[in-house]
Write a protein that binds this ligand. Structure first.
Ligand SMILES: CC(C)(COP(=O)(O)OP(=O)(O)OC[C@H]1O[C@@H](n2cnc3c(N)ncnc32)[C@H](O)[C@@H]1OP(=O)(O)O)[C@@H](O)C(=O)NCCC(=O)NCCS
Length: 207
């Protein structure tokens, strides 16, 4: 387990169900607290558990399929499983998957917001659900679970950046309690078209 600086805690302080199957949910107030039973247990939308390096290829496949849809990321070149394996192994940033027992159907993870020390408590959030599994609450479950784990790990805020016209993504974050910060107009080009980016944030409570 590496040193995560001020956020050091990794899974030792209680992440989500890991390889040992232990339920270790976060405490403390949260707008949308995830009931203990939903972590590491089967729910109506499957099991939310900590990602395993063996999940990297499935996680990558979901991401690359969404990348091809051109509605959620500026990236245009497919990622590799190794890219995701490195993120999964990073002890400082939680990475969860939804698994109904037949493989990974969605994932949610935090990434560094900034290398500057003052921003160490902010994690940038990504949520991806396989197209056939969308609209059944899996994205909501993953986002709520990620918020709960992030709070437990000492993050004070989750940040999201979405294309303004990503209707499903915007509805998801609003449903999960994120607040709109503002819109970066013409923030980047995707296939030659300028796109607006909505910035949202979810405070995780005082530490
Ligand atoms: C955004 C995404 C993760 C939502 O996952 P999901 O499992 O379908 O989400 P849920 O079923 O929990 O639904 C969450 C909200 O999105 C809405 N939604 C889901 N699919 C939708 C669609 N195709 N069109 C409009 N709204 C949609 C739901 O109705 C719900 O909103 P509501 O409570 O106001 O009704 C999924 O569409 C996805 O993977 N998209 C590609 C990646 C992406 O855009 N990620 C977000 C940016 S990181």
């Amino acid at each position: 387990m590496g040193d995560c600086g001020p956020l050091n805690g990794g899974d030792a302080g209680g992440g989500v169900a890991g390889h040992d199957g232990q339920d270790a949910l976060c405490g403390g107030p949260l707008r949308n607290p995830v009931p203990r039973s939903r972590i590491g247990a089967m729910t109506s939308v499957g099991l939310i558990r900590r990602a395993d390096p063996a999940d990297a290829e499935a996680i990558c496949a979901i991401y690359n399929a969404a990348l091809a849809e051109r509605s959620s990321t500026f990236e245009t070149e497919p990622r590799s499983g190794a890219d995701f394996e490195a993120r999964i192994k990073d002890p400082c940033f939680p990475f969860l998957v939804s698994d109904r027992g037949e493989g990974v159907i969605g994932w949610a993870g935090l990434a560094p917001y900034s290398a500057r020390e003052c921003y160490a408590g902010i994690g940038e959030c990504s949520v991806y659900v396989a197209a056939p599994a969308r609209g059944r609450g899996i994205g909501t479950d993953l986002t709520d679970s990620l918020a709960a784990v992030a709070q437990r790990r000492g993050f004070h805020k989750m940040l999201g950046k979405l294309f303004l016209d990503n209707i499903a993504g915007v509805r998801l974050v609003e449903r999960c309690g994120f607040q709109r910060v503002g819109v970066h107009r013409r923030h980047g080009q995707l296939d030659g078209t300028w796109l607006d980016v909505l910035v949202v944030e979810l405070p995780l409570g005082s530490r």
